[in-house]
Design a protein around this ligand. Structure first.
Ligand code: NAG
Ligand code: NAG
Ligand code: NAG
Length: 722
């Protein structure tokens, strides 16, 4: 509870210092606005059934039926997503109208997978199109301030969902206004546990006259399977179609209004969840697939059928008082499965810590059935209490591994890893996070990977991320709820099968440049390593790569050769293929790598340098990063909004202010819930609107609040096998 209070204060500060307001005024005569409304000139309504004069009359029958109590009509809700060789471009578009007699809020609230890059947002208000540009943060702010900025109202909203962030625009519009919102974002689909999983939140928030989700997959390697689990609900079985060809697939989800209804006479929608598309591609060679297109190459590496390497694994488990109850119960459950899954040639031990550090065994033991059964018993007997001494716990784990290594106990082909499970910041022993980070770095061997699982929001997740990234590992946030156990197991499964170690990706010097991370400590079964770079396609016919790696019984040298024009015919012919997919993948990897480097940069000068590089990348490739903001402008540039993100959130800790203290894994706020007051008058009487009113006589006022922010990137080790 104490933590929650503190967290709330942090949010309040963010409110005060970080959030700009986005009031915005359109001074149009009401009649003029009515003209703009003409669906034909505005291009707003595509249905030819609606003549332009219809809008003022009351709605047709179908619309009556979908009209909520608030008299807002959702004309259409459309999602279009295209995956070109793992690179997904997704567009979410809604067309909505205020049919009430008074002005009220129209809200566009979309969940965006954490790690995705937003690259475009447009808005059309009664025929006026606002377009966005991405600018350096302070430049965007000052440009915005010089325009017509007024007022101070906004709210920060963070999605509570594990892997999602929200982008939210809120618009207070007069009666009869029609608005079209459209957002574009892109992300590579990562391979985990032998599948690519593409998650598309489908949350119209209300019945939509026209609801449609289309996913196109274009994979030059060929698609081995496509699966669309029916998690939106049984009633949508007929609404989903899947067509799979050799290298292409199309998934469509198109429920009728009747299907959308929660019950046959309900006006609420049953569509509220994720459309999940999973697939994998064919793989012929162990050496991976080298794809070259438009001046960039991308190398996908995911060999199978290799003997797993033995692992030396230390579980370091926080058993401080805060773990008491559900979290500990779930952790015990997960650990019992994980221990049962250890292979007999693995070595392991368990450390549990509160203010003290205890070892189940003082040195690594072979994972025989007797030992794993004993370890399970030990875990079951733990009663959490006391403080949190992360520093000593990690140093002890490192010591055990180092000692085993010094004594020659470890198989030369084995992989060493530490898995830290914690739900809070240090409270005992060394408290300074940078010192802990330094201590770990100083003592840990270069070939040891540190994976950090942070349970709940009472833990400095950025710190865990830095620890993981700096030490060949990664961090993962886990919810402290009923899902904890399955999330922990899922994470463990991703790192439980090391197949290769010490991987080096080589390309001919002089032919390629700006290559992303090309050496990796480990490759885990079911994952995929991605390396990308620029290639001089004008002067090169073929590109060769040589991958060297250590397998369980041999040193591997894997060679592949790709024709620079090999994909041209296929990709140029396909109307869905994104001709820039290689460039976007390269930019994505590069930006994430820079962020990870910045995270661990030792000096302020270097940090600044990296910040500059990230900024340049976001401007060049038109993507929103923590150092840029999106400026949204009307055609004449007079009206402006700013989609800003809070700067460098120190703690990526909290769920949104609106849902604080109620960790719900599902999205807490329906996309179209009018978050503003039901009574628009109270909106207009707020301090913000008072400013809007000043000297504006009878003109029409639009008040726009736009809140957008971007993730701190979940996995800095992008492209790293995890
Ligand atoms: C943003 O989206 C709009 C509407 O689809 C489009 O016209 C515009 O070209 C896009 N801008 C960029 C930079 O992609
Ligand atoms: C829907 O129909 C059922 C029975 O036909 C009725 O009991 C219920 O009140 C109706 N609900 C609404 C929202 O009209
Ligand atoms: C910053 O970047 C410039 C050019 O990229 C480089 O020459 C310089 O050495 C860098 N400074 C630091 C402190 O890394």
């Amino acid at each position: 509870m104490k933590f929650l209070a503190a967290c709330f204060m942090v949010l309040q500060l963010l409110f005060a210092s970080e959030i700009q307001s986005f009031d915005f005024i359109v001074e149009e005569e009401p009649e003029k606005l009515a003209e703009l409304f003409d669906p034909e000139t505005s291009g707003f309504i595509s249905s030819p059934r609606l003549p332009s004069s219809r809008y003022q009359r009351s709605t047709d029958d179908e619309e009556e039926l979908i009209l909520g109590e608030d008299n807002i009509v959702l004309h259409s809700y459309k999602i279009q997503s295209t995956i070109t060789s793992r690179l997904a471009n997704t567009m979410v578009q809604t067309k909505v109208e205020n049919r009430a007699k008074h002005s009220q809020n129209l809200v566009f609230d979309v969940q965006i997978p954490k790690g995705a890059f937003i690259h475009n947002f447009t808005m059309n208000v009664n025929g006026i199109t606002f377009t966005s540009s991405i600018k350096e943060k302070s430049a965007a702010r000052s440009q915005y301030a010089q325009a017509r900025a007024r007022g101070k109202a906004a709210a920060i909203l963070r999605s509570n969902a594990l892997d999602m962030e929200n982008f939210k625009a809120e618009l207070n519009v007069p009666s009869g206004t029609k608005v079209q919102f459209e957002i574009h974002y892109q992300e590579p689909i990562r391979r985990k546990l032998s599948t690519y999983e593409h998650i598309i939140p489908v949350q119209p928030g209300r019945l939509a006259k026209h609801l449609e989700v289309n996913v196109h997959i274009v994979e030059p390697q060929g698609i081995s399977f496509v699966h669309v689990p029916n998690i939106l609900g049984d009633q949508f079985t007929d609404a989903t179609t899947v067509n799979k060809g050799g290298k292409k697939a199309h998934i469509s989800f198109k429920p009728s209004v009747a299907q959308q209804r929660k019950c046959s006479n309900c006006t609420t929608t049953a569509v509220d969840g994720n459309l999940v598309v999973t697939y994998d591609v064919n793989r012929d060679t162990k050496a991976g697939e080298l794809e070259i297109f438009n001046g960039y190459f991308v190398h996908y590496f995911a060999p199978d059928n290799l003997e797993p390497l033995p692992k030396n694994i230390l579980f370091v488990i926080d058993v401080s008082g805060s773990m008491w109850g559900l979290k500990m119960k779930q952790t015990v459950e997960a650990m019992k499965t994980i221990l049962g899954d250890l292979r007999s040639d693995d070595k392991f031990s368990i450390l549990d810590f509160n203010h003290n550090v205890r070892c189940w065994r003082e040195s690594l033991v072979q994972a025989s059935k007797i030992q794993t059964d004993a370890a399970k018993k030990y875990i079951e007997g733990i009663h959490p209490n006391g403080g949190t001494n992360i520093n000593d716990a990690l140093l002890r784990a490192i010591f055990i591994l180092n000692e085993a290594n010094a004594l020659g106990m470890l198989d030369p082909s084995s992989v060493s890893m530490i898995i830290l499970v914690s739900d809070g910041d240090p409270t005992v022993g060394e408290l300074k996070l940078p010192t802990i980070q330094k201590n770990v770095k100083k003592n840990i061997r270069d070939d040891t990977s540190l994976f950090c699982l942070g349970i709940g929001f009472d833990v400095d997740y950025d710190f865990l991320k830095r620890l993981g990234t700096e030490n060949n590992g990664a961090a993962q946030r886990i919810f402290g709820n009923q899902e904890t156990s399955s999330q922990m197991k899922k994470f463990y499964n991703q790192v439980s099968t090391p197949l290769l170690k010490k991987l080096e990706f080589n390309y001919p010097e002089g032919l390629v440049s700006d290559v992303t991370q090309s050496s990796f400590q480990n490759y885990f079964g079911g994952s995929e390593i991605v390396v990308s770079g620029k290639v001089d396609t004008e002067n090169v016919q073929h590109l060769q790569s040589i991958v060297t790696a250590t397998a369980s019984d041999a040193q591997l040298i894997l060679e592949t050769l790709a024709d620079v024009e090999g994909l041209d015919e296929f990709l140029n012919k396909d109307k869905h293929a994104d001709p820039k997919f290689t460039e976007k993948l390269w930019a994505y990897l590069t930006v994430n790598q820079l962020m990870a480097e910045r995270n661990v940069a030792p000096t302020a000068a270097l940090k600044r340098n990296i910040t500059k590089a990230i900024l340049q990348m976001s401007l060049d490739h038109h993507i929103v990063t923590p150092y840029t903001a999106m400026l949204i402008e009307s055609p004449n540039g007079e009206e402006m909004m700013l989609a800003d993100s809070p700067q460098d959130r120190k703690r990526a800790c909290c769920p949104g202010a609106l849902t604080i203290g109620q960790p719900k894994p599902e999205k807490p706020i329906p996309a179209w819930a009018p978050l503003g007051s039901k009574d628009p008058q109270s909106v207009l009487m707020g301090p913000t609107a008072a400013a809007v009113h000043t000297g504006k006589g009878s003109s029409i006022h639009l008040l726009i609040l736009l809140i957008g922010w971007v993730l701190t990137h979940a996995s800095p080790a992008q492209g790293k096998a995890q």
